[in-house]
Each structure stands twice: as structure tokens, then as C-alpha cells.
Design a protein around this ligand. Structure first.
Ligand code: FES
Length: 87
């Protein structure tokens, strides 16, 4: 199981945190990962940039997540984190 915090601070809010939350929820539902992903919103992670949203998985913070690079973020980062958490 992994814990994901999606930043909903003002900068990330402006660059689309709501959209990223929706995209994550869709993937979780589609892939039946409800028992593998715990998602919550959080305030500023101190990594604001204007490129996209910041997401923390465990202790790692990933920045600049957008609709355009979400697929890669999900496939490479999130799915790897889920697989590693099962070991
Ligand atoms: S508002 Fe998201 S990292 Fe600062």
C-alpha cells in the first residue's frame, strides 16, 4: 500500500491539482487499486513551480505533474511504488 499526498496549495491548485486528483482516482478505480493506494490532499509541499502539481509518495516528492505527463508519472512512478510496497 502506498500513501499519496496531492498538493492542493495555491500554486498547485492553479496548475491543476483537481484534475490530477481526478486522473489518479480514475486509475485507481480502473485498475482496482482501492486497497493499494491511500490518497489525500495536503497543503504546500514547499516545491512549488509553475509547471504542474506536486505529489508526495511516501517520503519522495514529485513535481511538475500535469495532464500531459500524467500517464508517464502513473506508469513509471506510481505503479513502481505500488509494486515495491508489495515486496
Ligand atoms: S503549492 Fe504545491 S508545492 Fe507549493
Amino acid at each position: 500500500m502506498i500513501f499519496m499526498d496531492i498538493c492542493v496549495g495555491s500554486s498547485c491548485h492553479l496548475t491543476g491539482s483537481h484534475e490530477i486528483v481526478e486522473l489518479i482516482q480514475n486509475e485507481v478505480t480502473k485498475n482496482h487499486l482501492e486497497d493499494d493506494v491511500v490518497m489525500s490532499g495536503c497543503f504546500c509541499l514547499g516545491k512549488c513551480n509553475r509547471a504542474g502539481v506536486s505529489v508526495r509518495i511516501g517520503e519522495e516528492i514529485y513535481t511538475g505533474i500535469t495532464r500531459d505527463n500524467f500517464r508517464e508519472f502513473w506508469d513509471k512512478t506510481v505503479m513502481t511504488a505500488i509494486k515495491n510496497s508489495e515486496m
